[in-house]
Ligand binder design. Structure first.
Ligand SMILES: Nc1nc2c(ncn2[C@@H]2O[C@H](COP(=O)(O)OP(=O)(O)OP(=O)(O)O)[C@@H](O)[C@H]2O)c(=O)[nH]1
Length: 343
């Protein structure tokens, strides 16, 4: 009987043009933080300069050149990933547990995740890990004001890495952190330059592993943020009881079907009725792409549902009302079922 191999985790490293992605990648390589990781680099121009920079360290690197990952070369991303998996199976490259895809600076990371999550062949071997977004402290205000892609990259982030901290003072840094937090309050923010004694580990807080206190603080920040610029708004949705999965899935599918383009991010935790001993599931979505839900251990404090939505040009009150109506429906259905079983 052949052993079932654990899935290879694919993470995305993104950030606007010149933000410092390659510099950060090199730093991670030098620190040995990517020892078990294959790297796929995407360059918009034909000349894959980054490969020379990254490849110089001798690490395994494959390059996708000649297009932007998010739009033009979906097929190439798939081929690149399958090629790496094949090489690993053939033993022509050292075994690796993760693949890091460095996008070009103008890529929208959501479709990259969508390619991985939406393809059966890839799904059989890969698991999407998360998105790390490098943000340039020197240029963040101007970039966010003028570049849609930069906004999309921050919204999609599971972790934000601040670069060029050496070029700004504390006040400028604090302003930038506040601006980023107002767009995506849930992604932990770290410095590209590690503090003395800190081990560089890009994966540590990818996904929803945020401990209770910071998570609650982030929720509060969203709840208090009120109106945003550019029609952006965020809302926190909570439900005090375990949730009926079928009812929730129906609600979310209908919402995404109707308003998909305006729902930028969904992220949260939810305990499922009938599965209460398994730990809550992590709900993660970047626009129309909803990640496969995963159970999270060590989250006993979550008894019902709590999640955040970042929306554009949508009335948060309407979403809240429809969510609560559906949840109440699910709860009544559960009570009726339990009543029928007891009688
Ligand atoms: N002072 C300073 N310069 C930095 C830092 N990070 C990156 N840079 C510089 O910023 C420029 C762009 O950095 P890259 O790492 O190539 O940025 P990138 O995001 O990979 O760029 P693209 O691939 O073109 O999108 C280079 O000149 C880097 O040396 C930093 O933390 N401090």
């Amino acid at each position: 009987m052949s052993a079932v191999l654990p899935p290879i985790v694919v993470d995305v490293l993104t950030g606007f043009l010149g933000a410092g992605k390659t510099t950060y990648l090199r730093r991670l390589l030098d620190a040995g933080a990517l020892a078990d990781t294959a790297i796929l680099v995407n360059e918009f121009a034909d000349l894959p300069v980054d490969q020379r920079l990254v490849g110089a360290t001798g690490s395994l690197t494959a390059v996708l050149a000649g297009g932007c990952l998010c739009c033009a070369i979906d097929g190439d991303l798939k081929e690149g990933l399958l090629g790496l998996i094949q090489q690993r199976a053939d033993g022509t490259v050292p075994p690796f547990a993760r693949i890091l895809v460095e996008t070009s600076g103008i890529a929208d990371p959501a479709p990259v995740a969508g390619t991985i999550l939406g393809d059966r062949q890839l799904q059989a071997r890969l698991r999407f890990g998360g998105t790390v977004t490098v943000v340039d402290l020197l240029n963040v205000a101007e970039t966010l004001a003028t570049q849609e892609e930069a906004l999309a990259q921050i919204i999609a982030a599971d972790r934000i890495v601040l670069s060029k901290g050496d070029l700004v003072d504390d006040a400028r840094r604090a302003e930038a952190v506040a601006a980023i937090g107002a767009i995506n309050p849930l992604a932990p923010i770290v410095d590209a330059e590690p503090r003395p004694g800190e081990r560089l580990n890009p994966w540590r807080t990818i996904g929803w592993t945020t401990p209770t206190a910071p998570r609650r603080a982030a929720f509060q920040a969203v709840a208090q943020a009120g109106d945003r610029h550019n029609g952006l708004g965020a809302l926190v949705l909570t439900w005090p009881e375990p949730v009926d999965w079928a009812v929730f899935a129906t609600w979310l599918s209908a919402l995404l079907h109707r308003h998909g383009a305006r729902i930028l991010r969904v992220k949260g935790l939810m305990r499922i009725a009938g599965e209460t001993e398994r730990g809550p599931v992590v709900i993660q979505g970047v626009r129309h792409v909803v990640y496969a839900p995963e159970h999270l251990a060590d989250a006993d404090d979550v008894v019902g549902a709590e999640f955040v939505m970042i929306v554009r040009d949508l009335d948060p009150a309407l979403i809240r009302r429809s969510f609560e109506a559906f949840m109440a429906l699910g709860q009544r259905a559960g009570e009726t079922q339990r009543g029928a079983r007891a009688s």
